[in-house]
Design a protein around this ligand. Structure first.
Ligand code: MN
Length: 424
């Protein structure tokens, strides 16, 4: 599909700094507030946020058939519910208004003053109200590393792994926006050398580098979504840190999977980068063998080349990059995940969040969790401030970044950032 708003030659009259995550080819949607504005919808452009409520109320979005007040809301759910096609039309119109050769908005200085808010004056909010959250386990390298560590290196993948995208239902209520601090969770931990568990703060706090997709449709219970239909139900992506307490997880996860080791908090980046903006960055995923069942088969390129990075920052020091991975490594793609999720008739809702699962690449520097990077604490990492890390310590800040780059266009996700505070 050709999307005009993605053309590499487009230029904006808004200044876009070098290496910005938000050139005119991106235009991600989010919810922001300022000292003067309560939560409203906006689009990121360079170092600014473009106020969609102002544009809508002042006629700049006329002709798009948008309901009154659609952007003057705490969440984007109602806008997403209009579907990907409407999202595409709004993004196309915003792109038009921001083009260097378009005077409509540019020539109205008063309008620009109000509509373009510097990003350092806004507070980003949760972009959607999340009815449901599912987390997958779709990186072969991650599943192999974890299986080798806890089970058997010779049979690291369980027999089902290459036949279906393994997942579990997570907790939507504890997903927070980037910048929200999280207290170290407490829980039951059983050490190998003791007969009984103890209750204490986790000693093995970890992050999981993930990308999550957000759905923009409401389906009926009993109506599956097929692989070819799947992407039309996905509005866009955010970065996702699925914080995990490994010692709590080891004790609790058999037989029903993760529970309190994961549901104390997950952090997302604030801007929903549309699947439309990511269109030029499609790539082929890993070869799937054995062949998947027909309901999971797909045509074309369903993976996306998104470079990912994890950094740890201690006491406002210079952050240290501890991992560089890529979303393209995913064995199971999003279309397969959504098709599998709904094949039994499970319905989806607008604003649902679907985590990819930890994204690890083939080399140790590309692993997406500390569990793998330090091999369960056996090989500590060295940070720029001279300290060592096996797992996350109190006051550590974990920062995740992601961007795509091709033909001189670089589109990014902004930051997914969270600081760990001492246990309550
Ligand atoms: Mn996860």
């Amino acid at each position: 599909m050709k999307i005009e708003a993605n053309l590499p030659q487009l230029k904006s009259w808004v200044t876009i700094p070098d290496k910005s995550d938000f050139p005119i080819q991106n235009l991600p949607f989010g919810i922001f507030k300022t000292k003067y504005l309560s939560s409203v919808a906006g689009v990121a452009i360079g170092e600014h946020v473009l106020d969609l409520v102002y544009l809508h109320e002042n006629g700049y979005l006329d002709g798009l058939g948008l309901p009154a007040g659609i952007f003057n809301q705490k969440y984007l759910n109602d806008f997403l519910a209009l579907g990907r096609k409407k999202g595409r039309e709004v993004r196309a119109r915003v792109s038009e208004l921001l083009r260097h050769d378009n005077d409509e908005l540019k020539s109205n200085r008063a309008a620009c003053e109000i509509a373009l808010v510097p990003q350092n004056e806004v507070q980003m909010q949760m972009p959607v109200r999340i009815p449901n959250y599912t987390d997958f386990y779709s990186s072969e390298e991650h599943a192999t590393n974890v299986g080798s560590m806890f089970r058997d290196p010779k049979n690291a993948l369980l027999p089902n792994w290459k036949h279906l995208p393994v997942g579990y239902h997570g907790r939507a209520s504890s997903i927070v926006i980037s910048g929200t601090p999280i207290h170290r969770p407490k829980g039951q931990i059983k050490l190998p050398e003791t007969a009984f568990p103890v209750f204490c703060p986790t000693q093995k706090l970890d992050f999981e580098l993930e990308v999550a997709f957000i759905t923009c449709a409401e389906t009926k219970l009993g109506s599956p979504i097929s692989v070819p239909e799947a992407e039309e139900n996905i509005f866009g992506l955010v970065l996702f840190n699925d914080w995990s307490a490994r010692d709590i997880q080891t004790w609790e996860y058999v037989p029903l999977g993760p529970f309190l080791a994961k549901n104390f908090g997950s952090t997302i980046s604030p801007w929903i980068v549309t699947l439309d903006a990511l269109e030029p960055f499609r790539v082929k995923g890993p070869e799937q063998f054995p062949h998947v069942l027909p309901y999971l088969s797909f045509d074309g390129e369903k993976n996306f080349d998104i470079a990912l990075e994890v950094l740890i920052q201690t006491n406002n020091e210079q952050p240290t990059t501890i991992s560089r991975s890529n979303f393209k490594y995913m064995y199971w793609n999003m279309a397969q995940q959504l098709a599998h999720h709904t094949v039994n008739g499970c319905n989806i809702q607008v604003g649902d969040m679907y985590g990819s699962g930890t994204i690890s690449g083939p080399s140790p520097g590309s692993y997406g969790s500390l569990l793998e990077l330090t091999w369960n604490g056996q090989r500590p990492l060295h940070l720029a401030d001279g300290s060592e890390r096996k797992f996350i310590l109190d006051n550590d800040t974990v920062i995740m970044k992601g961007h795509c780059e091709k033909e001189g266009v670089r589109i990014g996700f902004g930051e997914c950032k969270g600081r760990i505070l001492a246990a309550n």
